[in-house]
Design a protein around this ligand. Structure first.
Ligand SMILES: Nc1ncnc2c1ncn2[C@@H]1O[C@H](COP(=O)(O)OP(=O)(O)OP(=O)(O)O)[C@@H](O)[C@H]1O
Length: 297
């Protein structure tokens, strides 16, 4: 009999997991797993339990929103040989799960967690922390802006925000940055930056799907320069909407394995939609195929 650790956030997505718990455990049991169930007790608890107990299990499955997935992965990455991870999306935002082709419904996702296709995926290191699919800074990811929910929705709203800014003639507040990546170094003022592993962050796409993969060992980086005039904002917006960032003066887009961003002041970041601190120097690196995730067939 194999061993499975099921970590779930009882608060995620208004507590929907509770209504499905018996069915989920039954699905795991039928797949020949002895199941340990761990309802998370608060912030960072998923990280703690995954880091301390994960080594003993053949499979870890987590259930919750992007926050729970990110916390579980952070714990598993401290292990020498992390077990295969299944994910049951149950949050208010489940951006990442779209990339895994998971079926709708917790029972179907539970079946995928034990009988789907295991695929190694790249994870991100951000100074001494980890992220699963996105690290970002700038307009509307700033801590001073508002609630965590507003951060979470920021990515999907970027194009919309730029459009609004264009109408208002608000050129935004830039950060003076030195950006060192595999292909060179640039120094300029930027209003927004995103380092991502996926092609779907709130439906905001920059790279053609053929250039993006979860296991290629590189991240996709998008930086929006500080506009000097309203026309610059329009230029940035158009290039984002048309997915031709490479041709825009306002938007810089590239792939890289390593990235170092040095800011002239504290720069607030979000990691997987949660506040990630405000370091002056951010060292970001792809951890190639660091976690094997269960995918839908
Ligand atoms: N028992 C708990 N009570 C309160 N918060 C918790 C508890 N367990 C975990 N958390 C915290 O809740 C945060 C959000 O969790 P999660 O992302 O799973 O759910 P969500 O907010 O509903 O979904 P999303 O983040 O996708 O909007 C996590 O950062 C986690 O640390």
């Amino acid at each position: 009999m194999k061993r499975l650790l099921f970590i779930y956030n009882p608060q995620a997505g208004k507590g929907i997991v509770k209504n499905h718990l018996a069915n989920i455990v039954d699905i795991f049991t039928k797949a020949d797993y002895l199941v340990t169930v761990w309802p998370t007790q608060g912030k960072e608890d998923a990280t703690r339990v995954a880091a301390r107990q994960g080594w003993w299990y053949d499979r870890v499955v987590c259930c919750g929103g992007d926050g729970t997935l990110s916390e579980t992965v952070s714990g598993l990455l401290t292990l020498e040989t992390p077990p295969v991870l299944g994910y049951l999306p149950a949050g208010t935002t489940n951006d990442f799960s779209r990339n895994l082709g998971l079926p709708r419904g917790l029972e179907k996702a539970a079946l995928t967690a034990v009988e789907g296709t295991p695929r190694p995926c790249d994870m991100g290191r951000f100074n001494d922390r980890y992220f699963v699919y996105v690290a970002a800074f700038g307009i509307f990811t700033d801590v001073s802006y508002g609630t965590p929910q507003e951060f979470k929705n920021a990515f999907g709203h970027l194009a919309y925000l730029l459009e609004g800014a264009t109408k208002l003639g608000d050129l935004g507040r830039g950060y003076h940055l030195t950006v060192e990546h595999d292909g060179g170094t640039l120094e300029d003022d930027f209003i927004y930056g995103m380092v991502t592993n996926t092609n779907s962050v709130g439906g905001f796409k920059v790279f053609p799907p053929s250039q993006v993969s979860l296991d290629d060992g590189v991240f996709e980086v998008v930086l929006v320069r500080q506009p000097r005039k309203v026309g610059d904002l329009q230029d940035a917006l158009l290039s984002l909407v048309r997915q031709n960032a490479e041709e825009s003066r306002q938007v810089v887009a590239f792939h890289t394995q390593k990235l170092k961003i040095t800011a002239a002041e504290a720069l607030p970041w979000t990691l997987d939609g949660e506040y990630g601190g405000a370091p002056e120097v951010a060292r970001i690196e792809t951890q190639n195929k660091a976690i094997t995730l269960m995918w839908g067939k």
